[in-house]
Design a protein around this ligand. Structure first.
Ligand SMILES: Nc1nc2c(ncn2[C@@H]2O[C@H](COP(=O)(O)OP(=O)(O)OP(=O)(O)O)[C@@H](O)[C@H]2O)c(=O)[nH]1
Ligand SMILES: [Mg+2]
Length: 463
């Protein structure tokens, strides 16, 4: 595994917290120390480590969570989220258009692993079914042409170049054109790594970018540089809008955490990581999966999702709105916003009405969530607070203003009424001390939270 040591120490820290019968301040303190030690040993920048762990510690101690969430799971999710944030979050994949011309340009400092990465990328895209070719424009390094020819042979793709031409720009234009004309979909272009300085490298990159107009320029960075990768990545991120990064040699370096977090800190996207010298030692970099394997928890995503869902329902603002006893369209707006975070409106409806709502209706609501938002945004405050005044004339106005079908407005209002009825039932059940409606599967945070609020507000709820 990449960053094996970091993974092992994070895994231990998480195991420790999971073993605790009760997570108290002391246990959180130990976890924070373990995390700091693990991240600093992996060369992550000191300020970053402290900012991350402070955020985790604060939220771990201060956040009120739903009683359906175990605090240790909540804390694991905090660690997970902070690590993903540090590594740059979700990124879009390279835009490759099948059947069209696609050019990928690799640049980087001497010895960073460009040529090897050209071979690895060729292998990666070939195995996805693309017709790939490589182009070498390196007229600087002795044997550079042969190196890529050899690698390309190993991958089973054609390599274009001209060892007799000394002008790299000329080769780039001519050989890429040839490769495209001969029917290749993806052309991966290697460049010379004579630069020891970022500035020079960036200047040349801009020149080649201007003539080749690549879909993507990839900066290859040696992962053993650790935090020093920041400067290179930053200059690069400032110079190109179509750039991404491959961090190489992450196999066996203790500094990988530094290189990865330093690159991510520049907002450049790390697309791949190099994890060895062979052509298949390239991994697509997806922070979510990466963090999952670092933390060593099987089904981490399921755990994170569960906590996220439970906490969306435990949102105190949302609960207050639900418990105000007057479920208006304004409240529906808040619900939609909240549940868009979780992405499962269907589940909200289950929570509110359990088996009472047919699946088709739930799916309908989930599908129409965007249209509903448009409708809701077209309503006046008065209409939101008192939906009964939305009669024919007002509906006509909304229909015109929101650009949605007339029937859609009725559908939304029908669903709203149904929800309001269910809310009423639910609160009545809570008042009777039954904690919620029967047949309400997966209702995290609701009954308990509701009972607490009932105690607080007494019998003031009226529909
Ligand atoms: N362990 C390991 N070695 C790598 C990785 N990527 C590249 N290398 C090694 O790093 C050395 C340099 O790789 P090259 O691909 O030639 O680097 P380059 O950037 O093309 O070098 P120049 O063209 O001279 O600038 C070679 O010995 C590669 O085998 C990696 O992910 N892991
Ligand atoms: Mg090279």
């Amino acid at each position: 595994m990449v960053l094996e040591n970091l993974g092992r120490s994070l895994d231990n820290a998480i195991r420790n917290i999971r073993r605790q019968p009760k997570v108290d301040k002391e246990a959180i303190k130990v976890l924070i120390q373990d995390l700091q030690r693990a991240l600093l040993t992996a060369d992550v920048q000191v300020e970053l480590v402290f900012a991350m762990t402070e955020a985790i510690q604060k939220a771990a101690i201060n956040t009120k969570i739903s009683e359906n969430t175990k605090r240790k799971n909540f804390i694991i999710k905090l660690v997970h989220d902070e690590l993903i944030k540090t590594l740059g979050g979700k990124k879009a994949p390279i835009r490759i258009r099948s059947g069209k011309k696609n050019v990928i340009l690799l640049v980087g400092i001497q010895g960073s692993g460009k040529t090897t990465s050209v071979g690895k990328l060729a292998h990666h895209f070939k195995s996805k079914g693309f017709k790939v070719a490589t182009v070498t424009t390196d007229t600087w390094r002795p044997g550079a042409y042969e190196q890529l020819v050899q690698l390309s042979k190993q991958v089973g793709v054609e390599c274009y170049g001209n060892p007799n031409e000394k002008n790299a720009l000329k080769i780039a234009i001519k050989e890429s054109k040839k490769a495209i004309n001969e029917g290749h979909e993806i052309i991966i272009v290697d460049t010379a790594g004579r630069h020891k300085e970022e500035k020079e490298l960036i200047e040349e990159m801009i020149k080649i970018e201007n003539v080749l107009k690549p879909n993507e320029t990839i900066l290859v960075i040696d992962g053993t540089l650790g935090q020093q990768a920041f400067k290179q990545a930053e200059e690069f991120a400032n110079a190109t809008s179509i750039g991404s990064i491959i961090v190489t040699k992450l196999d066996g370096t203790a500094k990988g955490g530094g290189a990865l977090s330093a690159c991510a800190a520049t907002n450049a996207s790390i697309r791949f990581i190099g994890v060895g010298e062979n052509i298949d030692d390239l991994e697509e970099f997806e922070p979510t999966d990466f963090v999952g394997s670092l933390l060593g928890i099987p089904n981490l995503e399921a755990l994170v999702q569960k906590v996220q869902e439970a906490e969306a329902m435990a949102d105190p603002e949302l609960q207050k709105k639900l418990m105000r006893g007057k479920f208006t369209l304004d409240d529906l707006c808040s619900l939609l916003k909240n549940f868009k975070k979780v992405g499962k409106f269907k589940q909200l409806l289950s929570m509110m009405g359990g088996g009472n709502i047919p699946d088709a209706l739930k799916e309908d609501a989930e599908k129409n969530i965007q249209k509903w938002e448009i409708i809701l945004n077209s309503l006046t405050q008065e209409e939101k607070e008192n939906p009964t005044i939305i009669k024919k004339e007002r509906k006509k106005r909304i229909h015109k203003g929101a650009g949605v079908e007339y029937a859609e407005i009725n559908r939304m209002l029908d669903q709203y009424k149904q929800m309001k009825r269910m809310m009423k039932n639910m609160i009545q059940m809570a008042k009777k001390g039954k904690g919620g409606m029967p047949g309400m599967p997966g209702m995290p945070g609701m009954p308990g939270g509701m009972n607490q609020l009932m105690k607080k507000f007494g019998k003031d709820f009226k529909f």
